[in-house]
Design a binder for this molecule. Structure first.
Ligand code: PHE
Length: 406
C-alpha cells in the first residue's frame, strides 16, 4: 500500500497534464496528507475523461454536465456550507492515462471524490486507484458490469449492460420481428464485448439466430471487409455496440454496400458527432439510451433549457448523466453531513429514488443504479431522435417513476 502511494506520488510529479479549477477564486488549503478530506473551504471533485482523443465528445459533454450542476449548486449556497470545486483531467481516451490522471487527482489534488470515466474500459483501468485510496468514485456513464465490481467505493448512476443489451435484443425480436442478426463490435472495448455477449444470449433465448460476429478496432479506417461478410448472410438486423466515431462510418459503409436493414446500437452512439459521420445512412437505426430530451417532464425540460442556454446545444445522454451524477453526489454529501470519504461511501450506497433527470435512481447492493432505458429511433432529417419505448428493469414499475419517464 505504502509503496503504491509512493509510486502514485512520483507519477503525479512527473505528470505534465494541465489541471484547472472551476472556481479559481476559492482557496483550498493543502494539508499534505494523502486522504486530505475536509481540509478546505471547498469540496473537491476530481473529474477525468477524454477531452482530446477518439471519444472526446464524451469528455466534453461530461465536462459541460458537471459544470452546469456545480454552478447551480454553488449558486444556491453549496453543500454542507461548502462550495464544490472541480479539478478536471484529460485522459485522451486511453486506459493507462485514465489510471494515471485518476492517481494524480487523488494524490496530488487530494480530491474527495472522483467522477468518471465515461467509457467502461477507462473506468475499469482507473477504478482500482479510487478503491485502493478509499476515495468514492462515481461513474456517470460506464455500463459494463465489471466496473462497480472493482470494489465497495465504486458506484454508477447509469443502468448496466445486461439490461441495455437485453432491451435491444427484445426490440429486435419483438418490435422488428427479426429472426436473424449479425453483430459488429470493438474488440478492445469491454463495453462492446459485454454487449455483444448479452445481445447474443438474449436474442437466442427469444428464438433468434446470430449468423455472424465481426470485430474491429478503433483505429480501423474501413469496415467493408466485415460488412461484406455479413452482407452475404443477409441478416434481418445488425447490432453494432460501439462508439459514435466508428458507428457513423460503419452505417455509411453498410448503406454504400446496399445493406438497408435496421442497424441497432446502444448509448455509445449518442453524440452530436454521429450525424456528421453517418448522415442519411442513419435512417432505419435504433438505440437504447438513458433519456430523451423531448420528454415533457418538467425536470427534463428545465435541464434541457438551462443546458441550451449555457452551451447552445442540445444535451446528449452523456451530459445529462454527468449532471445527475453531481446532483446525486451533492445529495449524498448532504445526507452524510460531510464529504468524509467513508461516510460519503455509506450515504451513496443508501441512495434511494433520487430524482435524476434520467429518471429515479436507486443504488442497489452491487452499487449499480436501477434505472429505466428508452429506445430511440435516429432521425437524420432533424439530427435527433424519435422516442419509441421506455423499458423498466425487473423490480421497477412505471408508476414508481411516472414523474421522470414517459
Ligand atoms: N456506456 C458506455 C460505456 O460503458 C459509455 C457511454 C454512456 C457512451 C452514455 C455514451 C453515452 O462505455
Amino acid at each position: 500500500m505504502k509503496k503504491n502511494l509512493l509510486r502514485l506520488m512520483v507519477v503525479s510529479f512527473l505528470l505534465g497534464t494541465i489541471s484547472f479549477s472551476s472556481s479559481s477564486s476559492s482557496c483550498v488549503q493543502k494539508n499534505g496528507t494523502v486522504s486530505g478530506n475536509n481540509s478546505g473551504n471547498t469540496i473537491k471533485i476530481g473529474v477525468y475523461g477524454d477531452l482530446s482523443g477518439p471519444t472526446s465528445s464524451f469528455g466534453q459533454s461530461t465536462k459541460n454536465g458537471v459544470q452546469l450542476a456545480v454552478d447551480e449548486i454553488n449558486a444556491a449556497g453549496g453543500v454542507v456550507g461548502k462550495k464544490l470545486e472541480i479539478v478536471i483531467e484529460d485522459d485522451q481516451g486511453r486506459p493507462e492515462q485514465a489510471k494515471t490522471v485518476a492517481s494524480k487527482l487523488v494524490v496530488q489534488d487530494k480530491v474527495q471524490v472522483l467522477i468518471g470515466e465515461a467509457t467502461s474500459t477507462n473506468s475499469l483501468a482507473a477504478a482500482p486507484v479510487a478503491q485502493e485510496a478509499k476515495i468514492p468514485m462515481i461513474t456517470h456513464a460506464s455500463t459494463n458490469e465489471g466496473v462497480t465490481q472493482v470494489g465497495d467505493y465504486i458506484f454508477r448512476v447509469c443502468f448496466i449492460d445486461s439490461f441495455q443489451g437485453a432491451v435491444m435484443a427484445k426490440f429486435a425480436a419483438g418490435s422488428l420481428k427479426a429472426k436473424t442478426a449479425a453483430v459488429i463490435g470493438d474488440v478492445n472495448s469491454t463495453y462492446s464485448k459485454g454487449l455483444t455477449e448479452v445481445f447474443e444470449q438474449e436474442f437466442t433465448k427469444l428464438g433468434g439466430k446470430i449468423v455472424s460476429k465481426q470485430f474491429y478496432t478503433q483505429n480501423d479506417p474501413d469496415f467493408k471487409g466485415q460488412l461484406t461478410t455479413i452482407r452475404a448472410l443477409n441478416p434481418d438486423v445488425i447490432y453494432i455496440p460501439g462508439y459514435y466515431g466508428q458507428v457513423g462510418i460503419i452505417a455509411r459503409q453498410a448503406r454504400e454496400l446496399g445493406m438497408n436493414m435496421p442497424l441497432l446500437g446502444g448509448d455509445g452512439w449518442d453524440s452530436p458527432e454521429i450525424w456528421k459521420l453517418g448522415g442519411e445512412s442513419l435512417k432505419n437505426t435504433y438505440i437504447s439510451n438513458h433519456y430523451t430530451s423531448d420528454n415533457p417532464a418538467p425536470e427534463v425540460q428545465n435541464f434541457v433549457k438551462s443546458y441550451k442556454a449555457k452551451y447552445g446545444a442540445e444535451p446528449d445522454s452523456m451530459a445529462v448523466l454527468a449532471f445527475d451524477a453531481v446532483n446525486l453526489l451533492a445529495d449524498a454529501i448532504k445526507r452524510a453531513g460531510s464529504a468524509d470519504s467513508q461516510k460519503l461511501r455509506e450515504s451513496l450506497a443508501r441512495t434511494k429514488e433520487f430524482p435524476g433527470v434520467t429518471g429515479k435512481i436507486t443504488i442497489n447492493d452491487q452499487r449499480d443504479a436501477v434505472k429505466l432505458a428508452v429506445v430511440l429511433e435516429l432521425d437524420p432529417a432533424k439530427n435527433g431522435y424519435t422516442y419509441k419505448d421506455t423499458i423498466y428493469p425487473g423490480g421497477m414499475s412505471p408508476a414508481a417513476n411516472s414523474a421522470s419517464s414517459r
